[in-house]
Ligand binder design. Structure first.
Ligand SMILES: *[C@@H]1O[C@H](CO)[C@@H](O)[C@H](O)[C@H]1NC(C)=O
Length: 222
């Protein structure tokens, strides 16, 4: 009796404590707000979508980001592969026109080689790109923000934006990323949403501390 209990306890702990053998602690889906990303003195975008688009999917350790790991480099997807059209909708290579972007795949190459390889023990190249699109489709950030009165052209505190986003992340902390294109005006450029390595639940994100988190200043949603 005692022995079988011991054995089952051993099995339960094996399963409970090693669900996946990842070399990273969580993975951050970074979504860009195109109006802010593309707002520069000289416009760097050939295309500006009206919705959030993927910047990248970044494997993270608790206190730092993994980058440029050893492994197989990005291999361009064939133009005949339907993933190219799917990625072009969700992971828009805004700096390039569509034809060039589909052939050269510059952003996808950069992101996979810098970040994707670091999660290749769990997700091979194809799985990595499919995962990013699947995670993005878990929520509709634009509608969530709008529901909370956060619409393009309005300003809100860090707390208000964070609270709105937490309604779709099971109350886990997102990472809001700000830039200051105009002196004294912080604006929301990106939102990071974090997931466990197996991508089966949300996880708190480390804060990049690029936004002013005090209640006395407001952040522009351009
Ligand atoms: C914006 O993207 C989300 C998530 O991919 C999608 O559900 C939504 O329909 C899009 N909204 C618009 C206005 O295109």
């Amino acid at each position: 009796m005692f022995k079988s209990q011991l054995i089952s306890a051993l099995f339960i702990s094996l399963f409970a404590f090693s669900p996946v053998c990842a070399n990273f602690d969580y993975i951050q889906l970074v979504l860009t707000w195109p109006a802010s990303f593309c707002y520069r003195p000289k416009n760097i975008c050939r295309r500006i979508p009206n919705n959030f688009t993927i910047h990248g999917l970044w494997p993270e350790k608790e206190h730092f980001r993994l980058e440029f790991c050893d492994g197989d480099k990005f291999v361009s997807f064939s133009l005949k592969d339907r993933i190219v059209n799917d990625l072009e909708r969700h992971w828009v290579q805004m700096k390039f026109d569509e034809k060039f972007a589909k052939i050269k795949q510059p952003l996808w190459t950069h992101e996979y080689n810098k970040h994707g390889i670091c999660s290749s023990n769990l997700y091979d190249q194809r799985a990595y790109f499919l995962l990013a699109m699947r995670l993005k489709d878990k929520f509709d950030l634009l509608t969530t923000l709008r529901t909370h009165g956060i619409t393009p052209g309005t300003k809100h505190t860090f707390g208000e934006i964070q609270k709105a986003i937490k309604t779709v992340t099971n109350n886990k902390d997102p990472d809001l990323k700000c830039v200051e294109h105009i002196k004294g005006v912080k604006e929301l450029k990106e939102v990071g949403i974090c997931f466990t390595p197996a991508a089966d639940s949300f996880h708190d994100c480390r804060h990049s501390n690029t936004c002013d988190e005090t209640d006395s200043t407001k952040i522009l949603f351009r």
